[in-house]
Structures are given as structure tokens and as C-alpha cells.
Design a binder for this molecule. Structure first.
Ligand code: AMP
Length: 598
């Protein structure tokens, strides 16, 4: 057996320890029997002294922080390299000693898990750490009984976990947004050597700021609705903090979340409950300025490296807060590259450290194995597309390379008053025009509230499991009415050649498209064995127009009504006829509607 060297991510908020065994990277659970979820492998970087004088590290210490801050220390990483004393329970400690308590706990965890002594480690530090800060980290390791065989940069570790350095010479942007810190690094990857070219960031920006926005939202609501200022009540504020973080995490996967706390406080001896809904849209507006700041930092790092956006081959996401969909969207919009998020962003630095440790120990560089979906899945909506309303605008819900199993939801709205049914189409592909993707299923949700005005909210959820079974569910938000379908083999359905064939078929159709309509009339067979008819878009347009015309009928004068009826009849008569005739009738009706609407 080769030498045991563990990899440690010694973070500001959280720390993890990982090891390579039998060619696989394992991040070690921090408490026995806590399962394998990411949460179970994260040790909060907090130390505290308990009532009986014993030392607490991790969750127990974090829980105690709120009650006894004078007996607890957190975020010690910010003080590393300073010649200063930190007070805990009336005693002075150096930053190295506090960090050593965290490292010692990680070492104990690793030893219990492996069943052997651990006395060597690779530890990661931010790229911007000075020599003094690196030296302090090394000393912390030594105090904890660990020989620090190498200190590596966090972005380097991330690149190792993503195996980026095995794909030839490349340049990557490592975007790391944690709880309280943000770092972006530009790295050069060449023949297994990772070099940090530039880095930039903000030591006081992260997911905790996002929580704070939600806390303020709740505080304002309580002030307005109950005339209470909870800011003066530490316990209520601590509970709000928890509720805000939970809501924030929900909003990464769901279009709405509840900020709720029973008996949050009292007003005139009457208990006050908090129950406040927030939409992802409203939340994204709150955090937008923070994300804009990080994007600016990306450009500062790029110019620091003497590079432009065009030089970057990939973006690697690190840090729990990068699960925020707005972060991923803004990066993609700004840099034109879909960021890579397949390695757990909380664990990838520890994994990279373990990979480096294995290489030093003389092992083959192992691979981080993750099950990801090779395709993007989504649905279609009526929206503006190239300046016109178009019913097949593609909305991806599960992006390719997302680890599976995964479940993602998004909110949609009915288009007109009293709309009782909605068609849900399910596609696989990337094109913004859903009809250029592959339709793999569809269903109709019927029986929606008749009295609901336009804008009745539906929540559509895509859940993909490790066997490639995709379940799509649509739920009327107000009533809970649900319809769903299950698509077996959503992943293996179009692999390799078959996908290329389908693409070619669709590309071929564009060759003979009729410029006026912008859509072909030939036949395409979809994956479900159904036929996507020629001229289907024309017929969809016809249905949408006649529906709108019929609604207008009720409110228009007799003269207009007659014209409308004639227009509707003309379109309906030509539905079974040629595309050219149908198009003439559609154009006439569209002109009429335009005139009446104006
Ligand atoms: P880290 O310092 O890398 O462990 O990141 C911790 C931060 O990530 C905290 O602010 C968490 O609340 C945040 N976080 C964890 N999971 C999610 C999620 N699913 N969506 C948004 N933020 C998250």
C-alpha cells in the first residue's frame, strides 16, 4: 500500500478532508453514520469551548457561537499570517493554533474512517495568500501533527478535480463563490501543470450576503404587517437567518420559496408567525448587484492575466453559492461559455487536494467520477423570439452536465383569462427554438381554475434519475392540481449516431425552408414515434390567432365582429388546405387583429 496522504480544504466557513482509495476520490463524512450527502462531509470551520471546558469543533461549535460568541472563534482563515492573539473563553491563541484545532479534528475523522494513522497532508490556500499566510498554514498543520507535504492553490485543486489539465493546453476561469468570500482566478493548464495567471476577488462577499437580503425582506415585512422591529431580538434574528438560508437554497431549484417561522416573536403577548412567500424573480433582483460585482471582478482578473474572454476555454464553478442559477446564467451570458458545475462545488477543492496527495504518494492520478446528464431537457413557452411572439421558445430546466439525480422547477403563467388547459411539451436539446430540439414527450394539464385571470401560475418540475427516467410534472400553484408524464430512457434515447442523425435530419430541413414562413413543410419523425407535421408552425399560429380573434369578438362592435367572423372562418376553412392558402388567410386575420388591437 502506498503512503497515506490526505487532502484538506481548510476553508473560511467550512472545511473538508478527502483521500484517494482504490483509484477513487472520497470526501470523508465528518460524523460517522451521517450518510454520503455533501452536507455530511462538511465541517464548519468554527471552534468553541463547551460549558464543561471541552473543545467543540464543527457543527456543535457553530451552534454555540450564537449563544457564546466569547467562547467561540470562526473565520480564523481571515487572520492567518497575522501576529495577533485571538481570545477564546478568556485565553489567548494564535491563528495557527485555532486552525490547528480544525485540522486536528479533520485528521481524527480521517483516521477513524481509514482505520490507520494519518500524519501527512496536502492543504489548499487561496491563490492570493502571501508567503506569511502560507507559512502560518504549514505551521497549523504541524501543530495538528500533520506534515504538510505541499500547499496548493485552491483554483489549482479545482482544476485537478475537474481533470481540466488532462485535456491539453487550456485556460480556465475558476469562479469561487463561498459563504463569505469570492475569488476568481485565471489559470493556465498545460501538460499536468496548473499555473495561476491572475486572481481577484472580494474577501467579504458571498452567499451570506444573499441570506442577508432575504432577512431584510422579512424584517421589512414584519415591520409593515405587524409593526414589530425584530432587529432588537437576537433569537428571532438567528431564526430568521436560518429560514433565509433555507429559502435561498430552495430558490436554486424552485421558482418560489417560503420564509416561515412559527412563533417567531410576540407582540403585545400575542405570538407572531412569519409566513412570507418569495419568488425566484424577486430574489434575483435583490442579489443582482452582488453578481454584477463578481462579473466585474472576472474582467479585472482577465485583464490582470493579459487575456480576453475569447482566450478562456472553460469556467469551473467552486463554492456552494455557485449553485445559484443567476450566477451560472450571468457567467454564461457574459462569457458565452456554459460553466462546468458537475463536480460538487462544496467538495471539489478537497477532492483536488486528495488527487494531488495521491500523485505525491506515487499513485496514478485518479478520476472524479460523477454521473451527469449528457443532454439538456426543457419545455417551451410563448414569448418574444426575434421580435415576434412565438409559441415554441425553449426554456431549459435541466442543463447538460448536471449531476444526476436532479430535480429542477420553474414557474410559468397562463396567457389569457379563464384559460383552463395548458400543453406541456418536453424537449431534449440546446436550441433556443424548441422546434429545433427533439420532442420526447408532451401532455396537457386540464381543469385549471376557470375564474383565474391571465397569469395563473403553474410550476413545472423535471426530475431525472440515475437510470435516465425523466418525470415531468406540472402543478397549478393555487390549487395543487397536478398532471405528469414519465419518459423512460430520456438519456439513452439519443446517443451518438442517433443524435447526429436526428440533427442532420433537422439541419436538412433548414436547407429547403421557405423564407417567408421560416419553417419547413416536410415531415420529421420525433423520438416518441409521433409525427411533427409539415407546416406545423403555421397551424399553431392559426390556432393562436383564431383563439385571440374569438376572444376579441365578445368585446368588439358589430361591424368589427363581422370582419372577425369572416377572418376566423377563412383561416379555419384553409386549415386542411395548402400552406400557401393558409398563410394568406392568417396574414389577413393578423392584419385585422393588429388594427383592432391598436
Ligand atoms: P462554501 O463556503 O463553499 O461552503 O459555500 C457556502 C455557501 O453556499 C453558503 O452561503 C450556503 O448557503 C451556500 N449554498 C449552499 N448550497 C446552496 C444552494 N443550493 N444554492 C445557493 N446557495 C447555496
Amino acid at each position: 500500500m502506498t503512503e497515506i496522504i490526505v487532502g484538506i480544504d481548510l476553508g473560511t466557513t467550512n472545511s473538508e478532508v478527502a483521500i484517494v482509495r482504490e483509484g477513487r476520490v472520497e470526501v470523508i463524512p465528518v460524523a460517522p453514520g451521517t450518510g454520503t450527502g455533501a452536507g455530511a462531509r462538511i465541517l464548519p470551520s468554527v471552534v468553541s469551548v463547551a460549558d464543561d471546558g471541552s473543545l467543540l469543533v464543527g457543527d456543535a461549535a457553530r451552534n454555540q457561537y450564537a449563544l457564546h460568541p466569547e467562547r467561540s472563534v470562526r473565520s480564523i482563515k481571515r487572520r492567518m499570517g497575522e501576529y495577533t492573539a485571538v481570545q477564546m473563553a478568556g485565553k489567548d491563541y494564535s491563528p495557527q493554533e485555532i486552525s490547528a484545532m480544525i485540522l486536528r479534528r479533520l485528521r481524527d475523522i480521517a483516521e477513524a474512517h481509514i482505520g490507520a494513522t494519518v500524519n501527512k497532508a496536502v492543504i489548499t490556500v487561496p491563490a492570493y495568500f502571501s508567503d506569511a499566510q502560507r507559512q502560518a498554514t504549514r505551521e497549523a498543520g504541524e501543530i495538528a501533527g500533520l506534515e504538510v507535504v505541499r500547499i496548493i492553490n485552491e483554483p489549482t485543486a479545482a482544476a485537478l478535480a475537474y481533470e481540466s489539465c488532462h485535456s491539453g493546453a487550456r485556460k480556465a476561469l475558476v469562479y469561487d463563490l463561498g459563504g463569505g468570500t469570492f475569488d476568481v482566478s485565471v489559470v493556465n493548464l498545460e501538460s499536468d501543470v496548473v499555473e495561476v495567471l491572475a486572481s481577484h476577488g472580494n474577501n467579504h462577499l458571498g452567499g451570506d450576503d444573499f441570506d442577508q437580503k432575504l432577512v431584510t425582506f422579512a424584517v421589512d415585512h414584519l415591520k409593515e404587517k405587524h409593526d414589530i422591529d425584530v432587529r432588537q431580538q437576537p433569537l428571532a434574528m438567528a431564526r430568521l437567518q436560518h429560514a433565509a438560508e433555507a429559502a435561498k437554497i430552495t430558490l436554486s431549484d424552485q421558482p418560489y420559496a417560503m420564509l416561515s417561522e412559527e412563533y417567531l416573536c410576540e407582540k403585545d403577548d400575542v405570538p407572531v408567525h412569519l409566513s412570507l412567500e418569495i419568488s425566484r424573480l424577486a430574489y434575483e433582483e435583490m442579489i443582482e448587484p452582488y453578481i454584477a460585482e463578481t462579473i466585474e471582478a472576472v474582467h479585472v482578473a482577465l485583464s490582470g492575466a493579459g487575456l480576453t474572454v475569447a482566450d478562456i476555454n472553460e469556467i469551473l464553478l467552486v463554492g456552494g453559492a455557485t449553485r445559484t442559477p443567476l450566477v451560472q446564467r450571468r457567467l454564461e451570458e457574459d462569457l458565452g461559455i456554459q460553466p462546468r458545475a458537475e463536480v460538487d462545488p462544496d467538495l471539489c477543492v478537497a477532492m483536488g487536494a486528495a488527487i494531488q496527495a495521491a500523485v505525491i504518494a506515487g499513485d496514478q492520478a485518479p478520476t472524479v467520477l460523477v454521473d451527469v446528464t449528457p443532454y439538456t431537457f426543457g419545455t417551451s413557452v410563448l414569448e418574444y423570439f426575434n421580435g415576434e411572439m412565438y409559441p415554441y421558445c425553449y426554456v431549459p430546466l435541466i442543463r447538460k452536465n448536471t449531476p444526476i439525480p436532479v430535480s429542477k422547477s420553474d414557474g410559468f403563467c397562463t396567457i389569457f383569462d379563464g384559460q383552463t388547459k395548458v400543453d406541456i411539451n418536453v424537449y431534449q436539446g440546446e436550441d433556443p427554438d424548441a422546434l429545433n430540439n427533439i420532442e420526447i414527450g408532451r401532455f396537457t394539464i386540464e381543469g385549471l381554475r376557470e375564474d383565474a385571470p391571465a397569469g395563473n401560475a403553474l410550476i413545472t418540475t423535471f426530475s431525472l434519475d440515475v437510470n435516465g427516467i425523466l418525470q415531468v410534472t406540472s402543478r397549478e400553484k393555487e390549487t395543487g392540481l397536478v398532471h405528469s408524464i414519465t419518459i423512460d430512457n430520456a438519456i439513452s434515447r439519443f446517443t451518438g449516431d442517433k443524435l447526429a442523425e436526428a440533427r442532420e435530419r433537422i439541419d436538412g430541413l433548414f436547407g429547403d425552408q421557405d423564407g417567408e414562413v421560416g419553417r419547413p413543410g416536410a415531415e420529421v419523425t420525433s423520438s416518441g414515434g409521433e409525427t411533427v407535421e409539415g407546416g406545423r408552425r403555421l397551424r399553431v399560429e392559426a390556432a393562436a390567432l383564431t383563439e385571440k380573434a374569438e376572444r376579441l369578438l365578445a368585446s368588439s362592435g358589430t361591424e368589427d365582429a363581422e370582419d372577425l367572423v369572416n377572418g376566423i372562418e377563412a383561416v379555419k376553412d384553409r386549415l386542411a388546405g395548402s400552406d400557401a392558402e393558409l398563410k394568406t388567410a392568417i396574414d389577413a386575420l393578423a392584419d385585422l387583429l393588429y388594427y383592432l388591437d391598436a
